[in-house]
Design a protein around this ligand. Structure first.
Ligand code: DUC
Ligand code: ZN
Ligand code: ZN
Ligand code: ZN
Length: 458
């Protein structure tokens, strides 16, 4: 089997930081040590670079039917862009159609991703209609390696489940050792505010934001924690954005409950000042919306306090023409923004280089914690003997600027246009193959594999 030696890099994992060599054989790491005296088929000199585990983005929506259109990155373009940004594994959401089975939805998503994904991927199952027949399918999904079940507490009529379904789902998932995750916002409250704004002729992107105030998220987050506590299931809140919601998680810890929390890069770096009465703000129309400076401070602190374990993206890109579906009505703007490619470099530059988080915390929240929570550890999420050789080589000094002109995502704008970053990914390995080097993709469509997952190990 072919061997590859990554020499002399500063190797950073969630629990170590030292200059050493990594020997890869085939897809797997087989040795780690200082000055390994081996003759490999290929050697990469990583002197002066950081070498970190390939990123895991556990929150992406690729080729997803949503709000009358499809998110614009396919499994091919989305995973390729992810690789350019050091993310070697993504977890995408399969959406059950209400009135239909989980199996049908899974088959549909497998049809889109199999043989097209460039990077590794897995699926969460979004249960949008929990009933006696879907209840029977939960164990089948676990057998398929799909151990996390997503719920929407909003988007009534399309995706939302009620509390009765929530409790039933949690009880069933608990039996099979799985995890229940939630888009935790109060759908009824949001729908009421949207209707009030529309009735008053308030139709610009700013009213998207004003229809989802902090209370809509804090209330649902608290309710989700409470029901999860009652059932005892492993629980995880996706894209948590604000102080009010994180305080509900903090409250849960006071009764010795642990609720796992993901935030997304945009909630750390961008704020609600982008929502004005012109249409430009549509670029950042997402749910939940961007929040305030005080919420950013809460989230950075939450990461260092261990209350926030994961930084994902909720990558859900739409072309500007698709955003135009809501030109006359904010409630029809497809929700979502593109970020899959820049999560790691943004977090490194704004987090590590600005002294807000340590390099090891960076590895935890971009990779290791997601691998543990979503049942892929230690195959993914670390640099250890026997793990997949998913490695990111990072030049911490190199400066560059984000632009839609140069990104790889299939979307015609950047949510971070013109932002200057310090630190650039130079080489990415996925299962022992050089997947990206000096800005060029080195693996083909179809190289990405479906990753079967096990129970929570966090
Ligand atoms: N929020 C978004 O912004 N897009 C996709 C789905 C979601 O919950
Ligand atoms: Zn059907
Ligand atoms: Zn969501
Ligand atoms: Zn999402």
């Amino acid at each position: 089997m072919a061997t590859l030696l990554v020499k002399n890099g500063r190797v950073i994992t969630a629990d170590s930081d030292s200059v050493c060599d990594i020997l890869v054989e085939g897809e797997i790491i087989v040795a780690i040590g200082k000055n390994l005296s081996v003759q490999a088929d290929e050697t990469i000199d990583a002197t002066g670079k950081l070498v970190m585990p390939g990123g895991i983005d556990p929150h992406v929506h690729l080729d997803m039917p949503f709000m009358g259109t499809f998110s614009s990155d396919t499994h091919e373009t989305g995973t390729r862009a992810a690789l350019h940004g050091g993310t070697t594994t993504v977890i995408d959401f399969v959406l059950q159609k209400q009135g239909h089975s989980l199996r049908e939805a899974l088959t549909e998503w497998q049809g889109r991703a199999t043989g097209t994904a460039v990077g590794d991927y897995s699926f969460h199952m979004a249960v949008t209609d929990f009933n006696p027949s879907t209840k029977e399918e939960i164990k089948d999904m676990v057998v398929e390696g799909i151990t996390s079940f997503k719920t929407f507490m909003a988007y009534k009529g399309a995706l939302m489940i009620d509390d009765a379904q929530m409790v039933g789902l949690m009880q069933e998932v608990k039996k099979h050792g799985g995890l229940v995750t939630a888009h935790a916002t109060n759908g009824d409250l949001i729908d009421t505010l949207i209707a009030q704004h529309r009735a008053a002729g308030k139709l610009t992107p700013r009213y998207h934001y004003l229809s989802q105030p902090e209370v809509t998220e804090a209330e649902a987050s608290g309710r989700f924690c409470d029901i999860a506590n009652y059932t005892g299931v492993h629980a995880y809140i996706v894209h948590l954005t604000c102080e009010g919601a994180l305080n509900q998680v903090r409250r849960a810890t006071e009764r010795n409950q642990r609720v796992l929390v993901e935030t997304c890069i945009q909630y750390l770096l961008l704020d609600a000042s982008v929502y004005r009465d012109d249409f430009e703000g549509a670029k950042w129309v997402m749910s939940p919306p961007l929040r305030e400076k005080k919420d950013q401070d809460t989230l950075w602190a939450g990461i260092n306090q261990g209350l926030v374990q994961v930084v994902g993206t909720d990558h859900c890109p739409f072309m500007l023409e698709q955003k135009q579906l809501g030109a006359d009505d904010f409630s029809r703007i497809p929700n979502g923004h593109p970020a899959i490619e820049h999560r790691m470099e943004l977090l490194f530059s704004e987090g590590v280089m600005q002294g807000r988080i340590s390099p090891q915390k960076f590895v935890e929240v971009t990779s290791t914690n997601a691998a543990k929570i979503f049942g892929m550890f230690p195959r993914k999420g670390t640099i250890s003997i026997g793990a997949d050789a998913d490695l990111v080589l990072f030049d911490p000094k190199k400066k560059h600027t984000i632009s839609a002109e140069t990104h790889h995502m299939n979307v015609d704008y950047s949510a971070y246009e013109g932002r200057e970053l310090t630190g650039k990914i130079t080489t990415v390995l996925l299962r022992g193959q050089v997947a990206v080097d000096a800005g060029e993709t080195k693996v083909e469509r179809g190289y990405g594999q479906f990753i079967r997952r096990g129970p929570v190990k966090f």
